[in-house]
Design a protein around this ligand. Structure first.
Ligand code: KG4
Ligand code: ZN
Length: 333
């Protein structure tokens, strides 16, 4: 089944075409990073308007890249939440318009479901359930036990900031560019991660997370340190080590306690190479398979994961060709 996905829940406008939830035929993304760098964060109204400028050109590009026409597209998947309301509404309205024009059903998708499945996309070998999935981005920081492509149970979440948000705020404190994750990890390359012993909040306590104490400790270190590139690198490396230590240890602890076959790291923060390296090492020690999204485009918000989640959600109750397209209703959002 070939599904066209639309994602516009926050600051990425994205349209993708995916076959059978696994084969990415096109995954186009227009990032709003340059727009939001001016404000060091996302202004919801600005983000919502910026999506409207990109939908048509991304659709054209997705069809061109995949070498497909509307005859071959069987459904339209769209992120229905969670996200910024204005951004979601624009994506849903665009999907509804395409549905009316081309007569294809709409499949509403939960954004988090998309992230949860993103490390399975493109896998050539069989994914073995149950899986412990750590989904970390700027907006969420959750730990799930995933029992099938459509069944997942949240076992932990952040009590304050998400890890990506903490990376963004740490970067701001250090005077680095938005988004903070890539800036911190770049700065950390030449730093000494042992220079500052920052706290590892809630490391051995359950599966919830908290990053506010780490942020406060960081601000106290920055206040006392010389404002040099060398010191910034040491601080960035020490911050990254503290955050990644907590994330990786909780994931592996969950893997052993819930006796899973695989651990997956997904979401924007899964682009972090230090975090990947830690989880790879620890997963080998406990004998579980580690996966992260196959492509960096599948880490941050993208429509490939939305089209994939739609495939699995609708596998059981797919409308046969010729049926009246099922439009989503406001009540279902
Ligand atoms: O999934 P995503 O695109 O959007 C949300 O749903 O939030 O994730 C964006 C977040 C940002 O906070 C960004 O700083 C973080 O992912 N991020 C990273 C890296 N690349 C992006 N965090 C740590 N290391 C990275 N390399
Ligand atoms: Zn996201």
């Amino acid at each position: 089944m070939i599904i066209l996905g639309i994602e516009s829940s926050c600051d990425e406008t994205a349209i993708a075409i995916v076959e059978d939830g696994n084969k990415v035929l096109s995954n186009t993304i227009a990032s709003q990073i340059l727009i939001h760098q001016k404000t060091s964060g996302v202004v919801p109204e600005v983000a919502a308007r910026a999506h409207l400028d990109k939908f048509d050109s991304l659709l054209e590009l997705a069809l061109k890249e995949s070498n497909l026409s509307w005859d071959q597209i069987e459904a339209i998947a769209v992120t229905a939440g969670p996200g910024l309301v204005g951004c979601l509404l624009n994506g849903i309205t665009y999907a509804a318009t395409l549905s009316a024009i081309h007569g294809r059903p709409i499949i509403p998708v939960n954004h988090i479901h998309g992230h949860i499945l993103s490390a399975t996309i493109g896998c050539s070998d069989e994914v073995k359930f149950p899986i412990a999935v750590l989904s970390v981005s700027g907006g969420h920081n959750d730990l799930y036990i995933v029992r099938s492509f459509t069944e997942f149970e949240k076992i932990g979440e952040t009590l304050d900031d998400a890890a990506g948000e903490a990376f963004d705020k740490a970067a701001k404190m250090l005077g680095l560019d938005y988004p903070g994750g890539p800036s911190i990890s770049k700065q950390a390359i030449n730093g000494d991660s042992d220079k500052y012993n920052l706290p590892r909040p809630m490391l051995n306590k359950g599966y919830d997370f908290s990053f506010s104490g780490l942020k406060t400790a960081l601000s106290l270190v920055i206040e006392k340190c010389p404002n040099t590139e060398e010191e910034k690198a040491n601080i960035a490396a020490s911050f990254q080590a503290a955050a990644n230590d907590v994330l990786s240890q909780k994931l592996i602890r969950a893997a052993t306690e819930f006796n899973v076959s695989e651990v997956h790291l997904v979401g924007g923060v899964s682009a972090n190479l230090d975090l990947r390296a830690r989880i790879l090492r620890m997963s080998q020690e406990v004998g579980v398979t580690f996966r992260h999204p196959a492509d960096f485009k599948l880490c941050t918000d993208n429509a490939g994961m939305i089209a994939a989640a739609a495939f699995y959600t609708n596998k059981a109750n797919w409308l046969p060709p010729g049926e009246v397209p099922k439009l989503i209703t406001w009540e279902s959002l």
